[in-house]
Design a binder for this molecule. Structure first.
Ligand SMILES: NC(=O)c1ccc[n+]([C@@H]2O[C@H](COP(=O)([O-])OP(=O)(O)OC[C@H]3O[C@@H](n4cnc5c(N)ncnc54)[C@H](O)[C@@H]3O)[C@@H](O)[C@H]2O)c1
Length: 323
């Protein structure tokens, strides 16, 4: 029996997931909700199923097994709480919330409900990430460098700090998550951020440049730097270990050792597609171990970004244990 899926939020990333789910045989999209009813209707028209203006009504009436929550950071209210209380398995787009308070409230509700859960850090499903993890297994990591040089996303909420949390929380969170995936948990951060050149952009209140120094629990140190000044450049990481240096992004992987350099390219099957295959299989088999990023992992990556924003605001280092 196919896993019956509903959507909360039918915007950009939701449509990307829909285009993947329609190709996954054990998934069936049956319902779509959005406060902009026309978006829910457009999705229902395209993929089949019913449109709702209210997710509560969808939870009640649509006969769902699972829900994809694809909301901007500011919009997470009770969508996840009501879903898991109704026993629905849950896939939540990153960043999973705007505040630790909300993230922890949802995390506790998921734990109490015992449902299958995923926070959508799809970089974990890239071959390049797996190759990096495998190459560095057992290696003492010294330094982690990460960067996200994107442009400015088109949606208006993204450029407003109180709605998106800024680039480090909203977008560069993928790099934060990769840094944690490979180098372990972060102990302390210290950040600088500024709005330097995009001051004329309508409604902008996010910094357009930022840099975050990290100390990991292992003793490794790192830096993650981002900019949303167009046209952007690229994103990726360098991890420097004892005998191995790994350089990777979503598609390219390079391993440097004293005996030479190995390069590999990942020809995508999109990582988003794999992420949904794993989620749907996990729901069908009720096997949480198939999920590479559970909701609690999303809470940990969120904490690093929130610490960075607090440090940039105060000018002081922030301990993750205080977040
Ligand atoms: N994993 C990735 O690679 C990736 C890529 C893009 C976006 N995202 C994430 O997905 C989330 C959404 O981004 P997007 O680009 O799809 O944004 P979007 O603005 O295109 O879509 C958001 C949708 O949510 C709807 N919405 C807002 N509040 C709602 C509410 N209370 N109830 C129901 N619907 C509501 C909006 O009407 C809109 O249709 C963000 O957190 C973003 O970071 C992830």
């Amino acid at each position: 029996m196919a896993v019956k899926i509903g959507f909360v939020g039918c915007g950009g990333i939701a449509n990307a997931h829909m285009n993947n789910l329609v190709k996954i045989p054990n998934a069936e999209m049956v319902a779509f909700s959005d406060i902009a009813m026309e978006k829910a209707e457009a999705a229902a028209e395209k993929f089949g199923g019913k449109a709702y203006g209210d997710y509560r009504e969808m939870y009640e009436k649509a006969g769902l097994d699972a829900v994809y929550v694809c909301l901007p950071p500011f919009a997470h209210e009770d969508q996840e709480l009501l879903a898991v209380q109704a026993g629905l398995n849950i896939f939540v787009e990153k960043p999973i919330a705007l505040s630790m308070e909300k993230a922890r409230e949802i995390e506790a509700a998921i734990a109490a409900a015992g449902v299958i859960n995923c926070s959508a850090y799809h970089w974990r499903t890239h071959d390049t990430a797996r190759w990096a993890l495998e190459a560095l297994e057992g290696e003492t990591i010294g330094l982690v460098l990460g960067w996200w040089m994107g442009g400015l996303p088109g949606v208006m909420w993204w450029r407003q700090q109180d709605m998106s949390g800024g680039q480090i929380l909203e977008q560069t969170t993928h790099i934060v998550d990769m840094a944690r995936y490979i180098a372990g948990e972060v102990e302390r951060v210290s950040a600088e951020m500024a709005l330097r050149v995009m001051t004329d952009v309508e409604k902008i209140s996010v910094p357009d440049v930022g840099t975050v120094n990290l100390r990991f629990e292992s003793g490794a140190i790192g830096n993650i730097t981002n900019s949303c000044i167009p046209p952007g450049w690229k994103n990726g990481l360098v991890i420097i270990g004892e005998k191995k240096t790994v350089i990777f992004d979503q598609f390219n992987f390079e391993l440097r050792t004293p005996s030479g350099t190995e390069t590999k390219t990942f020809q995508p099957i999109a990582a988003h597609f794999r992420e949904s295959v794993l989620f749907v299989d996990a729901v069908e088999k009720q096997d949480q171990s198939l999920i590479l990023s559970d909701y609690s992992n999303g809470v940990k990556s969120l904490a690093v970004s929130i610490a960075a924003n607090e440090s940039a605001a105060s000018g002081q280092p922030v301990m993750l244990s205080d977040i």
